[in-house]
Design a protein around this ligand. Structure first.
Ligand code: BG6
Length: 526
């Protein structure tokens, strides 16, 4: 079995060592994702010496480009978006591993030219045909691309394929493997997600499919399990006896930018809550897994998703707030409202902000509210999970007035300024007993110095290593959709209901305050 990420961490290794040769085929090779994230991530893996000794990345797209022009395209992306500066000598060696193939599956196109070119590249570079197909294309092309892979014989269907099984060892004489990476969004509701998963399953077995939720690749998100299960101080407290409530905030400063075409069809619930926020929730609340095996961890996360108390349509109005940003300010500069962004309909009802109150119906978490919130054009980019402990009883110190002490809060800062902090009550020096909340603060940057790898570096490496721990299994994706469906349905039934707004640069609409304040709590500003 491939070693899992956390197995490696347990013995102090930070990155998988991939020895098997790999051919990475990027559909959408000249797209935004490849330019901004994938090619820079591969370049950084190369700088760290983490790419397999024999490796090729082959971009596929509708454009007609030579390998040389593709390398120029990649160089632009690396120069602008790489975590580390461009290095001419390192670049030269990296560029030799990049290729481009013009192929399109739209309008009756075929992947036959791709197959022929891959054979040549692999032959020339001594690659045995371990292929990872990355679907960095619009979701409408997921199924047609996978079908074409099967139709052109690049991948044989699971039932008949001799290449179907993943190698169980990392020996180089293992049969070549095909793997598939799928980007979110997987569908825009439960039915479409199931349809995509069904179609993909006709060509790839579940073990060969790596569904990306890039939040799981973030260093701080991986640290949640370490924080919980490599320390004995926190885990005994993580339950309804000691925790008052939990907040998860994923705030973005930017607006919709150039992505209106996608975002108009998605909105914050589909774009962020169904995946990133529910995954964070699952990691913070899951039971301790009995081993570090990828599927054991994913089983425990799934249990959380299954235990989420359904928010039925009638409860949506009480438990979920949606809103859209209006014109406002970002760092002092005037910015337009969502409806005035390029590509957005003037009467758009797409939500750019969601806040909701959720409960987990299991013994550990019964009755503990989880407040989730995400939005674009909020005052700053900040993602944080805060765990608010219960108040001390008003007996010794919390008496005058009752509740005067700030309860302890453990905050896990996902980004930026990665780290975590614990607030604790302490006596202010002096003759009188005055109590003040002080902070124990850990910052990655000051403790570990170097910048953390980008999520895509970790995720690409894990796919090459065959480690699925940080990827979404089909059942998790569908369970998450099942939970958000009543919210989507209630909203589509309330097509005439007023849609709250918030000025760009504010922390969401007043309705979000009204969601939390009647419970005697308030949003924590990260
Ligand atoms: C993506 C969403 O999944 O995550 C985007 O589609 C969002 O809308 C992005 O901006 C946020 O990711 P990060 O890593 O910048 O927090």
């Amino acid at each position: 079995m491939p070693e899992s990420l956390f197995d490696r961490l347990a013995v102090g290794q930070t990155a998988p060592i991939v020895t098997e040769p790999v051919t990475l085929v990027i559909f959408g090779g000249v797209g935004d994702l490849a330019h901004r994230k994938l090619l820079p991530a591969l370049y950084n893996l190369h700088l760290d010496g983490l790419l397999p000794p024999r490796f090729a990345a082959v971009g596929v797209g509708r454009k007609v480009l030579s390998d040389e022009s593709y390398r120029d395209f990649a160089k632009d992306g690396v120069t602008e978006f790489s975590r580390r500066p461009f290095d001419g000598a390192a670049w030269q060696r990296f560029a030799e591993m990049l290729f481009f193939v013009n192929a399109s599956i739209e309008e009756g196109g075929t992947l036959a030219p791709l197959g022929a070119r891959l054979d040549i590249i692999e032959h020339d570079r001594g690659l045995p045909g371990n292929r990872i197909y990355y679907l960095a294309v619009p979701p409408s092309l997921f199924v047609p691309t996978v079908k074409q892979l099967a139709a052109t014989g690049l991948v044989a269907p699971p039932s008949t394929s001799s290449r179907r099984q993943e190698p169980v060892t990392t020996e180089t004489n293992a049969p070549p493997f095909p793997r598939l990476i799928v980007e979110k969004p997987i569908g825009r509701d439960l039915a479409s997600a199931c349809a995509i998963n069904d179609a993909i399953a006709e060509v790839f077995s579940e073990r060969q499919i790596y569904r990306i939720d890039h939040y799981l690749g973030k260093e701080t998100v991986q640290n949640i399990l370490v924080l919980r299960f490599a320390n004995s101080i926190f885990e005994p407290l993580f339950n309804q006896k000691y925790i008052d409530h939990v907040q998860i905030t994923v705030a973005e400063e930017e607006g919709v930018g150039t992505r209106a075409g996608y975002y108009e069809q998605a909105g914050a619930l589909r774009d962020m809550v169904q995946n990133h926020l529910l995954q964070l929730l699952a990691l913070v609340t899951m039971e301790p897994p009995y081993s570090l095996d990828a599927d054991v961890i994913r089983d425990e996360k799934l249990e959380v998703l299954r235990s989420l108390q359904p928010i039925d349509r009638t409860a949506v109005v009480k438990q979920v707030v949606r809103a859209q940003y209006a014109a406002g300010y970002e760092i002092g500069a005037a910015v337009p409202g969502y409806r005035d962004e390029p590509g957005v309909a003037k009467d758009s009802r797409t939500e750019t902000f969601v806040a909701l109150k959720a409960f987990i119906d299991n013994w550990r978490w019964a009755g503990v509210p989880f407040f989730l919130r995400t939005g674009k054009r909020l005052p700053k980019r900040a993602s944080e999970i805060s765990i608010h402990l219960k108040e001390v009883p008003p007996i010794l110190f919390n008496r005058t007035p009752p509740g005067s002490l700030d309860p302890n809060v453990l905050s896990i800062r996902i980004q930026p300024d990665e780290g975590f902090a614990l607030t604790i009550s302490s006596k202010v020096p002096g003759p009188r007993v005055r109590i003040y909340p002080v902070k124990m603060d850990f910052r990655y940057s000051s403790t570990f110095g170097a910048t953390s790898p980008e999520a895509y570096e970790r995720l690409l490496l894990d796919v090459m290593a065959g480690d699925a721990t940080l990827f979404m299994r089909r059942d998790a994706v569908e369970t998450a959709w099942r939970w958000v469906m009543p919210i989507l349905e209630a909203w589509s039934e309330q097509a005439d209901a007023p849609l709250p707004t918030y000025a760009a640069g504010e922390w969401g609409p007043i309705e979000a305050e009204r969601l939390i304040e009647p419970t005697g709590r308030q949003w924590r500003q990260p």
